[in-house]
Every structure is written in structure tokens, then in C-alpha cells.
Design a protein around this ligand. Structure first.
Ligand code: NAD
Ligand code: GLY
Length: 375
């Protein structure tokens, strides 16, 4: 029996034969080797650690040392950073490194980084030798609470984001909150949008805890106790949804709260002006207005969501957009049928409804309503 640290918190992702734990705690990075042994991998197994310079610089050596201490034969591959790297070309580089390092069926890939590294390394693991194990070690808030959990892996296609991919559950997700100390504050805030999302869609206790904090805009303002609660409760919310609906037959779609109108904002601003989480924040504001307009949500709770988003330093308003462009963009959304859009709409803090019957014009109007009037 391999001893693992009791100091780490465990959130189980209950997926039968594919079940795995999310292990969370400061200093977890130095325990990666033992944590992998505890998942049943033998000493001597080959491991490829995939990262980028932003994370390899501060954390790569620690990860490699931990793996070596546990007896793994590890190599690292450091890719360039950035969403524009999330392509099949980069995945081919990971495959080449897997070949060079002689990764076998029992070998594993460790994804050390944000959602971009996690999605690419996960997809490379899903496709190398028809699927080898992957361990996710997320280093952005967004990846810790969302991307690293749930097994969605993939890359972008020139025609759209995440069009190429596979479901491939990790064997372990290891979250070390202290890696967030080097994360730029804007990236932390973008991740906070997904945290607020969990509060609204699934966890009123989390929402209340966030609300009690004066600011959520920096690591210092959040503090270690609330951060620990954020990571545990968000992982629990995601794990519960994924366990109930791994392949997004229905329920998993609630994780897309704020994403439909957020996607319109991202698309119409050419993916340059807003980080994904910032666009999701605007999308949640618009979805909140829409829900209120449809009589599903109270004005008071919609205002609470708006206040919380503001406290995280996130944008509340879309930039000036042409109404026709918004309409066109919504029409191209795969969730539109007969002029009606599929929407995740809050009914109270901690609960949402999936609606298939939202008139496209109302969705368009809700997003336009967030745009400040020109003086
Ligand atoms: P990211 O991976 O691009 O990371 C953001 C930036 O922070 C990058 O420049 C990165 O190099 C840097 N960085 C990462 N960790 C750092 C650290 N600890 N210190 C300093 N710098 C650090 O962005 P992200 O927001 O983590 O992820 C976005 C990606 O995740 C998108 O491609 C999106 O499609 C994907 N995603 C996937 C899922 C899923 O379920 N698979 C869910 C949500 C998002
Ligand atoms: N990020 C949405 C999902 O994992 O389904």
C-alpha cells in the first residue's frame, strides 16, 4: 500500500471503472510521484511531462524531481504558450516526443499547465497507442475548477474552437493552489468567472461564501481559506455533473451557462479582446437578464450575480455590437432550432433550467441590453 498525504483534500469523480480523484492542497506538486504510485502505476514506468515555459520555469524541476524520487523514468516537453498553439501540429509534436521517449501502453503523460496544455496533452494521450493514461496537473484557476476535470480533450480547427477532440478521462487530477501565485491576475479573474458559474448553477453555499468576500479580483483578496473552499466546491460541482452525464447527453450542458452569449462576444471581437472567462462573465450577465425577462429569475438575485461578477474584476457589458451580427452569430450556433435557442437559465441561486424554447430575438436583445448607451 502506497501512503499518500492526508493533508490533501480528495474530491472523487465517480465514473465506475474510469473513476479518479481530484487531489487538492498546497505543496501537492512535490507529491506528484507518490500520488501516481498510489493510482497503481509501477516504479520504472515512463512519463512524459508536457508544459510550456510559463509553468516549466517555476514548476518543471519540482515535478520532475518528484517523479524521479518515486522511481519514474521521466522526460519533459516544453511547448510554446498560447491558444494559437492548440492545434494538431502541436499534438504531433507531443506524439513525436512520445515516440522518442518510447511511451508504451502502460506509460503516462502528465499535463502541467492551463487548459491549453491540458486539452492538448489529454488529446495526445487519448490518441497515442489508441489511448494511454494522462494525469492532469492544472496551474490556472480555470483549469483547476473546470478544464482538468471531466475528460474533454482536444484542439482547435481553423473553422472553430475545440472542433477536434475526444473524451479521455484522466487517471488523477492534482491541484496545487500555490501555483496560482505566479498566474497573472487577469487570468485568475477569468477563472473566477467559472467559479461564479458553479455558484449560480449548482452551489448556493459557494455563492454565499464568494459574496461575503469584499473582492475576488486577486489571490491576496481571496485568501487561502476561501481559495481552498472554491477549489473543493467547484471540483465537487463539476465532478457531480460529469459523473451523471459524462458525454453531455443532457445535464452536462448546464456547465455551458453564460457560454452561448459569451461565445457571441468572443466571436464578434475576434477572440482578441476578451479572455474566455471574461466573455463568459458577460454571457452570464446577459443570461441573467434573459432569465429575468422570461419571469424565471428574480431581479434581486440577478442583481446579486451582477455584483459578484463586478467584485471579481470581470466585465459586465459587451462592447458595441451590431444587432444583425449578434443575430447571425446566434443563428450559426449549433444549439439553435427553428429560430429558438437552447439556454441554461437560472431560476434561483444554485439552480438552473435547460430551455429549448428561447426566442432568438430575446437572446439577442438580452446581450444588446448589456451594452452601455452611447452618450
Ligand atoms: P491557458 O492554458 O492559455 O493559460 C493562460 C495563460 O497562463 C497562459 O499564457 C499560460 O502559459 C499561463 N499560465 C498557466 N499557468 C500559469 C502559472 N501557474 N503561472 C504563470 N502563468 C501560467 O488558459 P486557461 O484559461 O487555463 O485555459 C483555456 C483553455 O482551456 C481553452 O483552450 C479552452 O478551450 C480550454 N477549456 C477546456 C475545458 C475542458 O473541459 N477540456 C474547459 C474549459 C476550457
Ligand atoms: N467545460 C464544460 C465541460 O466540461 O463540459
Amino acid at each position: 500500500m502506497i501512503e499518500t498525504s492526508p493533508a490533501l483534500t480528495t474530491v472523487p469523480v465517480e465514473l465506475g471503472a474510469k473513476a479518479y480523484p481530484v487531489r487538492i492542497g498546497p505543496g501537492a506538486l512535490d507529491q506528484l510521484g507518490e500520488e501516481i504510485l498510489a493510482r497503481g502505476f509501477a516504479r520504472g514506468v515512463r512519463v512524459l511531462v508536457v508544459s510550456n515555459p510559463d509553468v516549466d520555469g517555476p514548476y518543471g524541476d519540482r515535478v520532475l524531481r518528484s517523479l524521479e524520487r518515486a522511481g519514474f523514468r521521466s522526460e519533459r516537453l516544453v511547448l510554446e504558450a498560447g491558444e494559437d498553439q492548440k492545434t494538431l501540429t502541436t499534438v504531433s509534436r507531443i506524439h513525436q516526443a512520445a515516440y522518442d521517449h518510447q511511451l508504451e501502453r502502460g506509460s503516462l503523460i502528465v499535463a502541467l499547465g492551463g487548459g491549453v496544455v491540458g486539452d492538448m496533452a489529454g488529446f495526445a494521450a487519448a490518441t497515442w497507442l489508441r489511448g494511454i493514461a494522462v494525469v492532469q496537473v492544472p496551474t490556472t484557476l480555470l483549469a483547476m475548477v473546470d478544464a482538468a476535470i471531466g475528460g474533454k480533450t482536444g484542439v482547435n480547427h481553423p473553422g472553430g474552437k475545440n472542433l477536434i477532440g475526444a473524451f479521455h478521462q484522466p487517471s488523477l487530477v492534482l491541484v496545487d493552489p500555490s501555483t496560482l501565485t505566479t498566474l497573472p491576475p487577469r487570468e485568475l479573474q477569468a477563472g473566477m468567472a467559472e467559479v461564479i458559474k458553479y455558484g449560480v448553477i449548482a452551489d448556493a453555499v459557494l455563492f454565499d461564501a464568494l459574496e461575503r468576500q469584499e473582492s475576488l479580483a486577486s489571490l491576496e483578496a481571496v485568501g487561502p481559506a476561501l481559495l481552498a473552499q472554491i477549489l473543493r466546491r467547484s471540483a465537487t460541482a463539476k465532478a457531480r455533473v460529469v459523473a451523471a452525464d459524462e458525454r453531455e447527453g443532457s445535464l452536462r450542458a448546464i456547465l455551458n451557462y453564460g457560454h452561448t452569449l459569451g461565445h457571441v462576444v468572443e466571436t464578434l471581437t475576434g477572440y482578441r479582446r476578451f479572455l474566455h472567462g471574461e466573455a463568459v462573465a458577460i454571457g452570464m450577465v446577459a443570461a441573467g437578464l434573459l432569465s429575468r425577462e422570461l419571469g424565471l429569475w428574480s431581479a434581486a438575485e440577478e442583481e446579486r450575480q451582477r455584483q459578484l461578477i463586478a467584485r471579481a474584476g470581470l466585465p459586465l457589458a459587451a462592447p458595441p455590437l451590431e444587432p444583425d451580427a449578434v443575430r447571425e452569430c446566434l443563428l450559426r450556433d449549433k444549439k439553435v432550432r427553428d429560430g429558438r435557442v437552447r439556454f441554461v437559465l437560472p431560476t434561483q441561486i444554485g439552480a438552473v433550467e435547460l430551455r429549448d424554447d428561447v426566442p432568438l430575438a430575446m437572446a439577442q436583445a438580452a446581450l444588446m441590453q448589456t451594452i452601455p448607451a452611447r452618450s
